[in-house]
Design a protein. Structure first.
Length: 260
């Protein structure tokens, strides 16, 4: 079950941000969404990735912890409910997509965040989107099934497949024993690789379940895993040397989107 974040709880997140010492800025509400996500942390060729980043931004690659060495994330997203500020459904009220997000630093301000460099979306009206980097997926398939497992943990099977007319494609197959997610919250700026002056602030609460990781010691609960990615614009990133360093399920991901 995906829990909804109320306007009041979004206000609490804003208050927490103010107490943390970040300067208060005027923001405009865009939308809220309740989502289920599957995230793959990758190491891809640095030279190829550099060509996607505009001037003024550099990669912010972690040197330790669960995100160690990750320089791009492939995030499959089931946007279960998309709502307006008053809680009523947006148009369209749901969608499925996948995007590539790069952990970056804005050099002028030393601000850390994420940069969206490419995405594939099932909703044609969502392309190119406010970030200007989405293509409409001519193939967009997503399925998820849950069954009782012999160990007592639910066993989940997920298949995601997105492809564009230009040949870009991202897909995964996963079967895993679902664990208990760890709750966290954060406020993260997201920039557009197409128009780096455009920014959205994601204010989120999430339940993160790290199922396989190359650095931190977690029980490996992944039973089956395959992925395919490449073609078109993103071919240089997935040239056969790419490597997955973390497989993360986000059982629930509640996101308020704001613009400065």
């Amino acid at each position: 079950m995906v829990a909804k974040v109320t306007v009041a709880s979004l206000g609490a997140l804003l208050a927490a941000s103010a107490l943390s010492g970040h300067p208060a800025v005027a923001e405009s509400f865009v939308e809220h969404s309740s989502e289920v996500r599957m995230q793959l942390d990758f190491v891809v060729p640095n030279a190829a990735l550099a060509k996607f980043l505009p001037e003024g931004f550099t990669p912010n690659v972690a040197t330790q912890g669960a995100a160690k060495d990750c320089n791009v994330r492939m995030i499959f997203i089931d946007r279960v409910d998309i709502t307006k500020q008053d809680g009523s459904p947006a148009d369209k009220g749901s969608n499925q997509l996948v995007y590539l997000a790069v952990p970056v630093k804005q050099n002028a301000s030393n601000t850390l965040g994420q940069m969206l460099i490419y995405g594939l979306t099932a909703d044609a009206k969502d392309a190119p989107g406010p970030f200007g980097v989405y293509d409409h997926a001519t193939t967009a398939k997503m399925s998820r099934s849950v069954a009782s497992g012999a160990s007592g943990d639910p066993q989940v099977t997920e298949d995601w497949e997105f492809a564009a007319a230009g040949g870009e494609h991202m897909q995964i197959h996963l079967k895993y024993d679902r664990g208990t997610a760890r709750k966290s919250a954060n406020n993260t700026p997201f920039w557009s690789a197409k128009n780096p002056s455009y920014q959205q602030m994601f204010k989120i609460e999430q339940g993160l379940d790290i199922m396989r990781n190359a650095t931190v010691q977690v029980k490996d609960r992944v039973k089956e895993f395959t992925y395919k990615a490449g073609g078109g614009k993103i071919a240089p990133l997935f040239d056969g040397t790419d490597k997955v360093v973390s497989v993360d399920a986000l059982h629930w991901y509640n996101r308020g989107v704001f613009t400065p």
